[in-house]
Design a protein around this ligand. Sequence first.
Ligand code: E4P
Length: 216
Amino acid sequence: MKFFLDTADIADIKKYAAWGIVDGVTTNPSIIAKGGVNLEQRIKEIAEIVEGPISAEVISEDAEGMITEGRRIAKWDENVYVKVPMTSEGLKAVSVFSKEGIHTNVTLVFSVTQAVMAAKAGATLVSPFVGRLDDISEDEMQLIADIVHVFRNYGYDTQVLAASIRHPKHIVDCMMCGADIATMPPELFDKLASHPLTDKGLVAFLKDWEKVKDKQ
Ligand code: E4P
């Protein structure tokens, strides 16, 4: 499964890119607002660091506006994916982008039927929101499993990007369900990589090594 960072923070992106595990980056208007940055400038900065897909979201609500915005966004870098909300206007825009060879990430997906509609319109990625369903006690992993199953049944090329990830168990469950990608906040990478028994074991190894280090 590919791991994307769900952030626009350059320091975090550089930090985890150095680990060799960042396959792409997702942003949304809230993430950009949190950073207080210019979207175009920041996406171009991210593209200098990460080689994989970088999602930048349109903010228009009508298809015409989305198409104008998306065409402009797609020119920022060859790896930029235009993020489009899962609305009927969004579907129209995705259909146009698909014909023009512009990669898309359809966001705010909360049902199998929405995912299928996005795939049929030609979306490159669909983003079901795991955490926001979990927050309201919905079966978020059943949604991921069902979308993966249906896409396989019908041979859709659209990839399933599990978004709104909150904790390591979400990642493990998404992998078990066959999601293609998961996008997660930076601090989750630390949680995925660490284990108290690793830390304890390392302390013991280094302590024992002290006993024989003069003999080396
Ligand atoms: C990514 O594409 C989504 O915008 C993001 O994962 C949403 O996460 P949140 O539910 O934590 O805001």
